[in-house]
Design a protein around this ligand. Structure first.
Ligand code: ADP
Ligand code: MG
Length: 340
């Protein structure tokens, strides 16, 4: 075959392979867009584990009608405009990839109204084919509907799991989000029944959200952390060693408000617990690391699950020392461990 430029729809479908793994990835991208738009209330309606329907409605700033077709174009974003912006990203999104990717593998519609518009506007996309913008009534904010995910990609559809499993992934991700944004009201419904509501309007440190998400037992055993040094701040909660887990199921790490996985930081936490926790047990924690955005590269992974720190060693040691110190009291209480 000669070399040729692939058609846009196919390019988006290839990108979807990285960005859209399952319904939970769609929910993640769409709710992140809602938060980037300043939403304080997000309604999430799901059917059949999100495979049949994902509908996300927010009360954020909305999209002007003339920009709707752009929103579903690849590499079109309102969030960055230059390399400098990219190096200091403060929004959750910035790649301009989510909507076109999702729209290329579903029956998709985008309905939005800005405060200053008299009515809303809608745009439908089916399997990547973009329709016309039409008027549609809508309150201020945006609704995105994603139906029949992967209906046109049978190879992908095969990898979808049972409804409960897909729903579980969505709920787990929403829990992680609810932890870091207690100020936002989240309402989740599944197959027409309200399944979860996070009330919103809460202070990150009131701890109320902690009980709602990770549970009363964690909260009762939590040590509050808040330490800053060298332009780094680590805050949140770690559970006392007595509340250890058999698996890493309660380990929440956020970097500048973004839930991520990071081996080096996870290792630093484990090290800090090493002499106070039985071998094979896992610590439970909810930790927020904050640093200047120029010190962390978020453009590492299309789904943005990972970041790269400019000074990874420094951060590892900062996390280790902060938590080691915080655990000093639990260590002093133990008689069978010699101090290091
Ligand atoms: P990104 O989030 O990386 O910019 P997306 O493909 O997710 O890319 O979204 C494209 C653009 O559409 C965004 O930059 C934003 O301007 C607009 N947009 C998407 N969702 C919303 C929303 N819920 N509210 C307001 N604007 C939105
Ligand atoms: Mg986005």
């Amino acid at each position: 075959m000669p070399i040729r430029q692939l058609p846009d729809i196919l390019v988006n479908q290839i990108a979807a392979g990285e960005v859209v793994e399952r319904p939970a990835s769609v929910v993640k991208e769409l709710v992140e867009n809602a938060l980037d738009a300043g939403a304080l209330r997000v309604d999430i309606d799901l059917e059949e584990g999100g495979v049949r329907l994902i509908r996300i409605r927010d009360d954020g700033g909305g999209i002007p009608p003339e920009e709707l077709p752009l929103a579903v174009q690849r590499h079109a974003t309102s969030k960055i405009g230059s390399l400098d912006d990219l190096e200091a990203v403060a929004t959750l999104g910035f790649r301009g990839e989510a909507l076109p990717s999702i729209a290329s593998v579903s029956r998709f519609s985008l309905i939005s109204r800005r405060e200053d518009e008299t009515h809303g506007s809608a745009l439908e996309v089916e399997g990547g084919r973009v329709g016309d913008v039409t008027p549609r009534s809508h309150p201020r904010g945006t609704t995105v509907e994603v139906r029949d995910l992967f209906y046109n990609v049978p190879a992908r559809r095969k990898f979808l799991r049972a409804e409960r499993t897909e729903l579980g992934h969505i709920e787990e991700w929403l829990r992680a989000l609810a932890l870091v944004r207690p100020d936002v009201e989240l309402r989740i419904s599944h197959n027409g029944k309200a399944s979860r509501r996070y009330k919103g309007d809460e202070d990150l440190f009131s701890g109320a959200r902690l009980v709602e998400t990770v549970g009363r037992e964690f909260a009762d055993n939590a040590l509050r952390i808040d330490h800053s040094a060298a332009g780094l701040r680590l805050h949140g909660w770690i559970a006392k060693p007595a509340y250890s887990r058999a698996s890493a199921d309660q380990q929440y790490l956020y970097v500048n408000g973004r839930a991520i996985r990071d081996r080096s930081v996870a290792h630093a936490v484990k090290q800090a617990f090493a002499d106070v926790m039985y071998h094979g047990r896992q610590p439970a924690y909810v930790l927020f690391l904050e640093l200047d955005p120029t010190r962390v590269d978020v453009n590492v992974h299309p789904a943005k699950h990972e970041v790269r720190f400019r000074d990874a060693r420094l951060i590892h040691d900062f996390v280790y020392r902060t938590l080691h110190e915080a655990l000093a009291d639990t260590r002093a209480g133990q008689t069978n461990h010699a101090p290091a």
